[in-house]
Design a protein around this ligand. Sequence first.
Ligand code: PA5
Length: 412
Amino acid sequence: MIELNYDNCLDRNIGKAGVSEDKLGALFSRAGAALEEYKESPPGFMKLPLRFGEAEKIMKEAENYKKFKNIVVLGIGGSALGNITLNNALCHPYHNVLEGRKRPRFFVLDNSDPSRAEALSEAIDPEETLFVVITKSGGTAETLANFFHFLKILKTKSADWKENLVFITGEKGFLRDFSEEHGIKTFPVPEDVGGRYSVLSEVGLFPAAVSGIDILSLLEGAADAAENEHVAVNYAALQCYFYRKSKNINVFMPYSSRLASAADWFCQLWAESLGKNENTGPTPVKAVGATDQHSQMQLYMEGPKDKVITFLGVESGMPELKLDFEGHFLNGKSMRQLFKAQEKGTAGALAQAGVPNMTFKIPEVDAYNTGELLYQLEVACAIAGKILEVDPFNQPGVEAGKKLSYKILEDG
Ligand code: PA5
């Protein structure tokens, strides 16, 4: 199972910026108590890992859609980032261009930038495409704009346009009404699960199942996280501790291309859940190892000491790729060894520079561990909400910009 190594957070390893070991007991037990409070009346996302029956039904339904050449997810925020994360982590990184692939090519449109919608309609044949429209509220403008764009094309091309659509939506709203009027296949979004906590619901599971991802293992990993809950507890406790010590930037840095999108997902989870009440909220930042060693690392090493770094380190399952070039220092080493050395070297250098950092040690990037990872981070976020005294499940600040945009649109 996943472990959290926090040696590089301790003052005996990184100096005065670190936390002393004798404080850890109190920090961890405060975070543990927050988790116990949740267990008394679990928020919706905590019930998702046990929905194996629903997952089996989804898998059966998904069989009917694997015949499509493409699957296009139309959604934004929590209705898109989980899907991108699962696909990047668990499907072949070059699946869309792989010869002889057995599953649909996978695309996500999560913006209202018309150039992307137009470009995608040039790249795919809509008649050979399943459009999965995901919006819990059923009315998000970016998602509906993309839907209307492709609906217009579909309707001009085929009388059977309804067969190319699946909706994942809440009980009410525009999309729900449309599905009832036209008889579109629709999966529910559990009412008590918010977008950024929805990856293990129908929102993430249906597209993943069509893409051939083992969604039962995904849930199993999340369900087993309950036996390993100190990981989420300790992460939340340490993050809140450093935040209160003015380390208000949390850099999330997977050393894994497969998990790079998990950083985007995490940034949304952390930002939208914890940025509240005018003056609370750590700022999450995405970085990817080793790429960003050549981009952001200078700042993290020598810039303001306002950061705590979270690494994701993958223990096994990567190809070795042995390197042979006589006379070069890489000769006889493997690319995996180089990658792991870079991960450890970067963590060590940051520790020497007094920058607290911690590493989630992930046994392998597979469905089981990905399920556990995402769930542990959701639990940690919920716990951090209690410690920082904010509601981690709402997002009132998103409304103001939406309202102003719609007014500008209306006024022409
Ligand atoms: O986490 C959230 O609640 C948000 O990011 C939503 O997922 C996002 O705003 C999209 O909302 P909807 O699914 O209603 O279209």
